[in-house]
Design a protein around this ligand. Structure first.
Ligand code: PEP
Length: 253
């Protein structure tokens, strides 16, 4: 687990936003974090059409930005797809890959997530590899197995140098958008599993940050971020409200 005492908080806007509301949100975030130490890293992952706006409004701020998905392909006849290189052209730093909503609604399997991870790495983006079990998998006692396999399939395709550039997000599917975050002890246990898997692959992966995501709110962020092995959060709904997102970031500082 990361020995550096830095946390990373990433907002995932999902398919929300419009130019006018984004402008207010982004300007408020940029202004609200101006005086904060550089130790806390903050980013927002926005819908593709808003990358240019986000770049324009955040480029002088301490907040990075990214995308919520990238194509598994580099370039070509893939109508509707957006490549990692295109996102990078707009200054993106992060790319979520394998978010549970992509896995559930777009049939993304582990090899596809691995391919997307490679496309992101190739152009210098930091892939945020999302893993997490469903309620049924947890109830069946298969949470650790599911999550471990999701990460292992990706790790098996990467060199250690590539894997060192990952961020992992543990997001139990049953906690996403439900208002029911995982309990601190559940988060601690799964983060320990993920950190063990990383260091079993190579000691140098001890520094790969593992974020928690799933109904993080201002009133539970401090407790969740204080758990050992939790290096920050991936924040969905609450990242759309400037005040809530700033409070959550402050809880990580
Ligand atoms: C997410 O979309 O990654 C997420 C964690 O959503 P929420 O915070 O709304 O549960």
């Amino acid at each position: 687990m990361s020995e550096l005492n830095t946390k990373l908080v990433i907002g995932n806007w999902k398919m929300h936003g419009c130019l006018a509301r984004n402008a207010v949100l982004l300007n408020t975030l940029a202004h609200g974090t101006q005086q904060w130490s550089e130790a806390l890293r903050i980013a927002v992952c926005v819908p593709f059409p808003y990358l240019a706006q986000t770049q324009e409004l955040l480029h002088n701020s301490r907040i990075a930005w990214g995308v919520q998905d990238v194509s598994a392909h580099t370039e070509g006849a893939y109508t509707g797809e957006v490549s990692a290189a295109m996102a990078a052209e707009f200054g993106a730093t992060f790319a979520l890959v394998g978010h549970s909503e992509r896995r559930a609604y777009h049939q993304e399997n582990d090899p596809a997530v691995a391919a997307k991870t490679h496309r992101a790495l190739e152009v210098g983006l930091t892939p945020v590899v999302c893993v997490g079990e469903t309620r049924a998998e947890r109830d069946a006692g298969r949470a650790e197995q599911t999550v471990s396999q999701q990460l292992q399939v990706v790790l098996d395709t990467l060199s250690v140098e590539q894997a060192m550039r990952l961020v992992i997000a543990y997001e139990p599917v049953w906690a996403i958008g439900t208002g029911r975050n995982a309990q601190a002890h559940e988060v601690r246990a799964m983060h320990a599993v993920l950190h063990r898997l990383l260091t079993a692959a190579d000691d140098r992966l001890a520094h790969v940050p593992v974020l928690y995501g799933g109904s993080v709110k201002p009133d539970n962020a401090r407790e969740l971020f204080a758990e050992p092995g939790v290096e920050g959060g991936l924040i969905g709904g609450a990242s759309l409200k400037a005040e809530d997102f700033l409070d959550i970031c402050a809880a990580a500082d």
